[in-house]
Ligand binder design. Sequence first.
Ligand code: ZN
Length: 48
Amino acid sequence: MIRAIKHLIDGPDPGDVLFECRDCGTSLGTGSETCPECGSDGVVRYEL
Ligand SMILES: [Zn+2]
């Protein structure tokens, strides 16, 4: 049970990369370079 809770707190596994639209903040799928919501190509990449 403790292990399950810790997993929730830690969130995604280390090494994951998150892509997010710089303009509207929409979370994008891994490898996306264009935002499906606003069409912006201003995608920022976070390495977690
Ligand atoms: Zn966007």
